[in-house]
Design a binder for this molecule. Structure first.
Ligand code: GLU
Length: 481
């Protein structure tokens, strides 16, 4: 049975990369009839943010990701919050020492700093030097016992082999081999007796019966350490899959400086959760078809790890906008009207769900997000009180007044539907020797006050005859016609 987990640290928001990791875990579990677990990794107490775990869950739920086992739901392998599992980590730190796979180290901060400096001066990369520092190996068993007995400050460090290769398989990247000498004697238990990520992570993955560890590529360098820890404890390793990095358009690592990285930001900006999920799903995974629009169920039916790419994936907001507009075009109008009604009311508009639905139907080809509707459509609810100056300057001439008035009279006797309205306007333009474009622009200016909007005749049809003719009249007066 497939069992996967999403294991965020509650730092205050959900990174879009985190959403992708959560999503791939969820899709993989659902695809294989497995279980998807949420585990909160809050061992780093200095980075803790109040209420962050709850906020994470709200955001993931908004995205449509539900967990089978979680702090909220419970399950057979709980608790699902690491700070409630400290005893277990301490127990296995001791077990690793017992098995000779880890050791006690008693170095002070000053001693570690001095070592760091020595290495810097020698121009070598930082790596804990087991042979020169104050630890179980250099001090010997008797001294170690004595220090333990007097409760001297200590850490537990992993005993990484000094030579040879560490091997593991990655479902995305294939077989991986790392020289052991490049791997640090990682601290497992800190001097405050708190576990580090590495220890807590493998203990939990083991006791939560995780079969596949699916996580971001930034965790790849940790995996050799994890592989050694599983082996040392005689535990079966899970399978690993590391997901490609998310990149800015300039191919640097996705950063806040170049745009939003929090899922909450995209939610606030008015993107549909379906669009964001669809977009994020395609960052680093290729369904090998030319389709790009997938519902959650379709993603579940199609997703698989072997099709995840190795190369980094560019986070292209324009593509997200495009995808969001696809959803905007496809969603039922009554649903869209219901969703945006509160914002309409807040902007001072009183309207009916039916009329609002028609207005959205009219403009949705021209916007990317539903929350653009209130500002984009004010003229569908109120007559313009001002006219875009530049547009007027460009398209209005006093000699237009008489023909526009005649056209309005002609339209007043036309069936109020966009096709006849258009035909009559065209015919009138021909008769009067004025380009039809002139009339279109002037009508738009007079009826909407703006230079951009939906199709003019469709707009007029929806606004209704009386309202349109009134607006033309008002504008003629305002323009001195
Ligand atoms: N707590 C880690 C994170 O914040 C989890 C990494 C993993 O999945 O092993 O992403």
């Amino acid at each position: 049975m497939v069992r996967v987990r999403f294991a965020p640290s509650p730092t205050g928001y959900l990174h879009v990369g985190g959403l992708r990791t959560a999503l791939y875990n969820y899709l993989f579990a659902k695809r294989h009839g497995g279980v998807c677990i949420l585990r909160i990794e809050d061992t780093d107490r200095t980075r803790l943010v109040e209420g962050a775990a709850e906020a994470l869950l709200t955001t993931l739920r908004w995205a449509g990701i539900e967990f089978d086992e979680s702090p909220e739901k419970g399950g057979d392998c709980g608790p699902y919050v690491q700070s409630e599992r400290f005893d277990l980590y301490r127990q296995y730190a001791a077990e690793l020492v017992e098995r000779g796979a880890a050791y006690y180290a008693f170095d002070t901060a000053e001693e570690l700093d001095a070592m760091r400096k020595r290495m810097q001066d020698a121009g070598v990369a930082w790596r804990y030097d087991r042979t020169t520092m104050r630890n179980q190996y250099t001090l010997g068993e008797a001294e170690t016992k004595r220090l333990l007995a007097e409760d001297a400050p200590k850490t537990v460090r992993m005993k990484v082999p000094l030579s040879g290769e560490i091997r593991f398989d990655d479902l995305v990247r294939g077989p991986i081999e790392v020289p052991a000498r490049d791997v640090d004697d990682q601290i497992l238990l800190k001097s405050d007796n708190f576990p580090t990520y590495h220890l807590a992570n493998i203990v939990d993955d083991h006791f939560m019966n995780i079969t596949h560890v699916i996580r971001g590529e930034e965790w790849l360098p940790s995996t050799p350490k994890h592989a050694l820890l599983y082996d040392a404890l005689g535990w079966e390793r899970p399978q690993f899959a590391h997901l490609p990095l998310l990149l800015n358009p300039d191919k640097t690592k996705l950063s806040k400086r170049q745009g939003d990285v929090a899922v909450e930001d995209y939610r606030e900006k008015g993107y549909f959760h379906e669009a964001l999920v669809n977009f994020v799903a395609l960052l680093g995974w290729n369904p090998s078809s030319d389709r790009e629009i997938f519902s959650m169920q379709e993603l579940i039916d199609t997703f698989d790890l072997p099709k995840v790419n190795k190369a980094g994936a560019v986070f292209d907001v324009q593509k997200l906008d495009w995808m969001n507009s696809e959803y905007l075009r496809a969603k039922p109008l009554d649903e869209l009207a219901r969703d945006i009604m509160p914002a309409m009311q807040a902007s001072g508009v009183t309207t009916t769900p039916d009329y609002l639905a028609s207005v959205i139907g009219l403009v949705r080809e021209r916007i990317h997000k539903l929350n653009e509707v209130p500002a984009f459509t004010t003229y569908m609810f109120h007559a313009p009180t001002e006219y875009e100056a530049e547009f007027k300057e460009k398209h209005w001439l006093p000699e237009h007044a008489a023909p526009v008035r005649s056209l309005a009279e002609r339209l007043a006797t036309t069936e109020w539907h966009h096709t006849p309205l258009q035909e009559v306007t065209k015919a009138f333009a021909k008769e009067s020797g004025i380009k039809v474009g002139v009339f279109m622009n002037v009508l738009r200016l007079m009826i909407t006050g703006r230079s951009v909007g939906a199709g003019m005749f469709e707009t007029m049809e929806l606004l209704g005859k009386e309202e349109c003719l009134k607006r033309v009249e008002t504008a003629l007066k305002a323009f001195g016609g």
